[in-house]
Ligand binder design. Structure first.
Ligand code: SAH
Ligand code: SF4
Length: 407
């Protein structure tokens, strides 16, 4: 075949995965196919309310449209590699990505609500020292279809139908990855979660958790109305920078200022501050007092009690970490100190222990591009049982699988 004839071949464009489009994207795609808006909406209902992936089964569309869709589109969720229920109702999925990568998604039912913990990246580059994903380094951002696909898989498994059979009531972007580093894909994915023709979740029931990318928090405030959770973990810059390296770029004062701007957009908005408690690191009374002062200052600026909520997360250990979880008594004391300072404080109850579905325990599989995983593994091998790695500047990230639960 000559080079010329190769150019002449018109390759069939790759089919569009409809899980990668929010409502605006669907309407635009259907317009390009010469189809009206209501057809796009009809197909969304098939996908998200009836969990249908086969256009042939979408019987009310008409033959011609079904043929068009079959030629140009697909509805392809991520591949389930592994699917594991836990005794307490928690359910974990290991989902295969390209090239041997894998991510995790966890469903946690609790007292009339069901929360899905969704990943935004394969790995994470933020290198927080107490988080297991970070030890695996970073590979890439997830696409919109891969983020929406996680929710779709859980919704189908649960038989969730928005407004009728509500099994999935909350989504937290607290799985693998830093969602604000994947802003352009996370925002449309959250739009499908909140769309009545999508998963139909109320705005405040979709939560984005961030380690504190200040400019992107402001950008989020401009385009989306979702609940915001901030991974704070320390009351001072010196301590926070040692746990969350990003703090060196965006210190606490700047971070809290951006949270204030986010909360000021709408009356009654509150911000959750996550605080992973690590024994002997950030769990002392002086830390609780420092945190209480920051939170009270935040409430005062918004002139509202409980504008800031603290969610304490007892550290979840993972192989190779040097951090440990404080004793239950210290966790209670930390909470009590905050509550006595009029700071609304909950303790996150770990769920899915028997399937390693807790915060910082989700593993996935990351083909690291930066060598962090190899460095961590080398250090792990060099330190035989008992030695700590956390002090050795090991990066890590997290992946959670548990939800807020009032203590
Ligand atoms: N990257 C985002 C979202 C995912 S992390 C963020 O950092 O906010 C979700 C939460 O789990 C964060 O608050 C994170 O700090 C916390 N976390 C990470 N590793 C943990 C561990 N080993 N034990 C307890 N919480 C952890
Ligand atoms: Fe990334 Fe983990 Fe830090 Fe979150 S806690 S930003 S997932 S390293």
């Amino acid at each position: 075949m000559t080079a010329h004839s190769a150019i002449a071949i018109d390759p069939t464009p790759a089919p569009v995965n409809l899980l990668g489009l929010d409502r605006a994207g669907m309407v635009a795609l259907f317009a390009s196919l010469g189809e009206p808006r209501y057809r796009a909406e009809q197909v969304m209902k098939w996908i998200y309310h009836r969990h249908e992936t086969d256009f042939a089964a979408m019987t009310d569309l008409g033959k011609a449209l079904r043929a068009k869709l079959e030629a140009a589109c697909v509805v392809t969720p991520p591949k389930i590699l592994f699917d594991k229920p836990s005794a307490d109702g928690t359910h974990k999925w290991l989902l295969g990505m390209d090239g041997g990568n894998a991510i995790e998604t966890v469903f946690i039912p609790d007292k009339g609500r069901g929360t899905l913990c969704v990943s935004s990246q394969v790995g994470c580059a933020m290198a927080c020292t107490f988080c297991s994903t970070g030890t695996q380094g970073f590979n890439r951002n997830l696409t919109v279809a891969e983020i929406v696909g996680q929710v779709w898989i859980a919704a189908k498994h649960l038989g969730n139908i928005p407004h009728r059979q509500r099994k999935l009531t909350n989504v937290v972007m607290m799985g693998m990855g830093e969602p604000l580093m994947n802003f352009d894909n996370v925002v449309p994915a959250m739009s499908v979660m909140r769309d009545d023709l999508g998963f139909g979740l109320a705005n405040k029931r979709v939560t984005l958790s961030t380690s504190g990318l200040v400019p992107m928090i402001d950008k989020l405030g401009e385009v989306a109305d979702v609940s915001l959770a901030i991974s704070l973990h320390a009351p001072t810059d010196a301590l926070r920078s040692s746990l969350v390296p990003l703090n060196k770029k965006y210190p606490i004062e700047q971070l809290l200022a951006s949270c204030l701007r986010y909360a000021q957009r709408k009356p009654r908005t509150s911000i959750t501050f996550e605080y992973t408690l690590m024994k002997g690191i950030n769990d002392q009374p002086e830390h609780a007092r420092g945190l209480a002062k920051l939170m009270r200052g935040f409430n005062a600026k918004l002139q509202r009690e409980n504008a800031a909520k603290v969610n304490l997360i007892p550290f979840n250990p993972f192989p190779g970490t040097g951090y440990t979880r404080p004793p239950e008594e210290d966790i209670r004391q930390f909470q009590t100190l905050l509550m006595h300072s009029q700071v609304l404080t909950t303790v996150r109850r770990t769920r899915g222990d028997d399937i390693d579905a807790a915060c910082g325990q989700l593993k996935g599989r990351v083909l690291d591009r930066g060598g962090r995983q190899a460095r961590f593994n080398r250090t792990l091998a060099a330190h035989t049982a008992g030695n700590t790695l956390a002090g050795a500047g090991q990066p890590s990230e997290h992946q959670p699988g548990d939800v807020d639960a009032a203590a």
